[in-house]
Ligand binder design. Structure first.
Ligand SMILES: NC(=O)c1ccc[n+]([C@@H]2O[C@H](COP(=O)([O-])OP(=O)(O)OC[C@H]3O[C@@H](n4cnc5c(N)ncnc54)[C@H](OP(=O)(O)O)[C@@H]3O)[C@@H](O)[C@H]2O)c1
Length: 321
């Protein structure tokens, strides 16, 4: 099969388009013919500095397509069925082998391109807000990196759950403006404004009840300082690629909390399995929207990664084999 592979970590240019052996279907897994690949923030980060599990390495968490082989022990899927999948690596390819536990059927009315985005992107945003952020109706939510894949999902989910205000940060006014269509109340351009000062101004000095932070480093410090009394930060990523050294001195006084969130540690649980299927059904019904910024052929994976790192995208960038 053809795949986008790399032999060493580095910038987008390390990605090559090559022939590699087909992946093997595990007895507890399925093999799919990939129709759409959602490039996750974890994929660009892994390409930059993550472990190479195979050589050459096929990076990537998320892809959707059609089942072409079913493992001997799998009874929940059949050949020809359309599925959205996630896995530790291997999405940037024409064929993809995953555990049956990390695949979800796609409803007939849902495009594989949209389905490819849902499991990790929406599943993570949902866990950050509700399972670990314990968000309730009427609360103020801040989404750091609001234009990111996880960010756009979190904005929609917070607005749908009745947040009194949904704030988000981004590096440009243009991208913040586009987020208003998905439930953003106020955008904060962190290049031109101090995030903590803006949060305090917009919330009458109360701060935010729930904060989704997928950037880390100095951004995480601004999240901690933006918390309301009893506010909660869900720390879910390190997109900023900077050291995670923060001062938590302000947290005790206001009974504030910081939770690390990793969907991968929960993905095999019945709770998350069902939650992801519910989110797929919500998108299929039109209750939530998958936002796709741009699509590239799989052969142009390097250009797609470069485009994401140019910080122009709102939502997801896809690869199409
Ligand atoms: N723990 C989990 O279970 C889990 C699940 C999903 C994702 N994640 C992590 O969450 C993070 C975001 O994922 P995503 O899929 O939402 O990412 P994404 O769609 O690629 O967006 C990343 C965003 O981060 C911001 N950013 C800040 N500093 C950056 C830098 N130095 N380089 C690139 N972008 C930078 C950019 O927004 P601005 O330009 O507006 O700053 C960009 O929109 C990643 O670190 C990913 O690994 C973790």
């Amino acid at each position: 099969m053809k795949a986008a592979v790399y032999y060493e970590n580095g910038p987008p240019e390390v990605l090559k388009y090559e022939d590699v052996p087909d992946p093997q279907c595990h007895p507890k897994g399925i093999l799919i013919k990939v129709e759409a690949i959602s490039i996750e923030g974890g994929d660009t980060l892994n390409r930059f500095r993550g472990p190479l599990m195979t050589t050459p390495h096929v990076v990537g968490y998320q892809a959707a397509g059609t089942v072409v082989e079913v493992g001997a022990e799998v009874t929940s899927f059949r050949v020809g069925q359309r599925v959205a999948t996630t896995g530790g690596w291997g999405s940037h390819a024409e064929l993809r082998a995953v555990a049956a536990k990390t695949a979800w059927p796609i409803p007939d009315n849902l495009d594989a391109r949209h389905a490819a985005v849902i499991p990790v992107t929406f599943g993570t945003a949902d866990d950050c807000l509700f399972e670990f952020g314990r968000m309730k109706k009427g609360e103020v939510v801040l989404v750091q990196a609001g234009a990111s894949g996880v960010g756009v999902a979190a904005i929609q989910l917070a607005a749908r759950a009745g947040a009194s205000m949904v704030l988000a940060t981004a590096s440009s006014d243009e991208r913040l403006e586009k987020l208003k269509a998905y439930g953003l109340t106020h955008g904060i351009n962190y290049k031109t404004h101090d995030v903590v000062q803006e949060v305090m101004r917009l919330t009458d000095k109360k701060g935010c009840d729930v904060i989704v932070d997928s950037v880390g480093g100095p951004t995480l410090q601004s999240s901690i300082l933006s918390l309301a009394y009893r506010g909660r930060v869900s720390m879910v990523g390190q997109a900023g690629r900077e050291p995670m050294t923060v001062d938590v001195g302000s947290m005790m006084g206001g009974n504030r909390s910081l939770s690390g969130v990793f969907l991968g540690a929960e993905i095999a649980t019945d709770r998350v399995q069902q939650n992801i299927q519910r989110l797929i059904d919500d998108v299929a019904r039109g209750d939530l929207k998958v936002v796709i910024d741009r699509e590239f052929p799989l052969a142009e994976a390097a250009a797609a990664h470069r485009y994401i790192e140019s910080r122009q995208a709102v939502g997801r960038v896809l690869l199409i084999p």
